[in-house]
Design a protein around this ligand. Structure first.
Ligand code: SAH
Ligand code: SF4
Length: 400
């Protein structure tokens, strides 16, 4: 090809970076179609939970208040966990009344709360428009700490074959207020306010974004919520204590790493495109090779901060020793660990979990190759609170 001709081709062939950016814009535009309703009460007061610092400052400026007012409120809302303006005692009485006329600080309503035999607690939260999601608190059996598993969507657009949420159509995305609200309401349930400072022990010590929905298909709301949760003057949970799980939305993974720097978990579940296409249908769009490439460039991944690969153990489907060896090959050179998840059944589910022996053999191959591969102990199965068992009755209203 002549030099001139090559230049012409380059001018019209978009680069990979341009393609990724275009794909990212397309995902964000589609996401916006499922955005939540505005955060106001029936009597027109605006919800303050979920606003970024800048948005909160803008609300105060609109009332003629100085920026320090926003700082004060931030402290009451996220450090003290206060929901009643009347008790925000560092603010003068008349100002408290003015705030209460215009705003609310609230929580999603806990429609039901169930506690499992193993102390796992599942909340069914209902939002202002009646839509519901589930949130799970999983206490550590030995120490006073635990993980809160939060949801990012009502339902899911994807339909991974082994996942109960995947049988529920996407109703809508959750807003930042609803995502932060799940964590705050779970904290209310254990009375863990004010927010423990720095590295002081916390009962609700980590967050796993592994509940209902695909967080990278609701990126902006999820990111806003996590930034609020990580803010040092409020809840102050470190990014090292937050893990976001994705089924592999490749174009959004870089942005997640750059902007949030949280730990990444990737739902791999199969080592060939043929099988992954079938059980994680998103693979048809972003096949294993592209997914692994996105993991390799994930900002912040290192030996100290490994990427977790989740692998649900499905008997006779993806659990052979040959597949374990292929997994080792795929992970080569990546700072990775593997989380083997026994399949959690749900009503009508099409799989069985692998036997203990087979799971142990699978884990041994990974361990021998140097990949830490804990077998996740199922928690809260008796109340359908384990991984992949979450689902609510919410349905999308059929358009007339
Ligand atoms: N949508 C995101 C996060 C939510 S799912 C994702 O798919 O990564 C959290 C984890 O639970 C994922 O790894 C998911 O594949 C896994 N999971 C789904 N259904 C499961 C089931 N029935 N048993 C065990 N794990 C399951
Ligand atoms: Fe959605 Fe994750 Fe369930 Fe797949 S596993 S259907 S991406 S929630």
């Amino acid at each position: 090809m002549s030099g001139r001709r090559r230049e012409e081709v380059n001018a019209i062939t978009p680069s990979i970076a341009e393609l990724t950016a275009a794909e990212r814009d397309r995902i964000l535009a589609k996401t916006a179609l499922f955005n939540p309703p505005p955060i106001t009460t029936a009597d027109g007061r605006r919800e303050l939970v979920g606003l970024s610092r800048e948005e909160l400052a803008a609300e105060m400026a609109a009332m003629g208040e100085k920026p320090f007012r926003a700082k004060q409120l931030w402290h009451w809302i996220y450090h003290q966990g206060e929901t009643d303006f009347a008790r925000m005692t560092s603010i003068a009485g008349p100002m408290r009344a003015k705030l209460a006329e215009r705003f609310v600080v609230s929580r999603p309503e806990a429609a039901t709360v169930q506690t499992s035999r193993d102390e796992t607690r599942k909340f069914l939260f209902r939002f202002r428009d009646g839509q519901q999601v589930e949130t799970v608190y999983i206490p550590d059996p030995e120490e006073d700490r635990g993980a809160v598993c939060i949801s990012t969507q009502v339902g899911c657009t994807l339909s991974c074959k082994f996942c109960h949420t995947g049988t529920q159509k996407l109703v809508r995305n959750l807003g930042a207020a609803e995502i932060v609200g799940q964590f705050m309401a779970a904290r209310d349930s254990y009375g863990e306010w004010p927010s423990p400072k720095d590295d002081k022990p916390r009962l609700l010590s980590t967050i796993v974004v592994m509940g209902m929905g695909e967080p990278l298909y609701n990126y902006e709301n999820t990111a806003q919520a996590l930034k609020i949760i990580m803010d040092h003057e409020g809840i102050g949970l470190s990014r090292r204590r937050i893990t976001l799980s994705t089924s592999g939305v490749v174009p959004m993974m870089d942005r997640c790493g750059e902007e949030l720097g949280v730990n990444l978990a990737v739902s791999l579940h199969a080592v060939t495109d043929e099988l992954r296409n079938e059980i994680v249908p998103l693979n048809r769009k972003y096949p294993i090779e592209e997914l692994m490439a996105a993991c390799r460039r994930y900002p912040g991944a290192s030996n100290a901060r490994r990427i977790t690969f989740e692998y649900v153990m499905l008997r006779g489907v993806n659990d052979s020793e040959a597949e374990a060896r292929e997994l080792v090959r795929l992970l080569r050179g990546l700072p990775a660990k593997v989380n083997l998840i026994p399949f959690n059944p749900w009503p009508g589910s099409p799989y069985q979990t692998s036997t203990h022996e087979q799971t142990a053999r699978f884990a041994a191959i990974l361990n021998e190759a140097g990949y830490s591969s804990p077998i996740r102990r199922p928690r809260g199965r008796d109340i359908l609170a384990a991984c992949g068992q979450l689902k609510t009755e919410s349905e999308r209203a059929t358009r007339a």
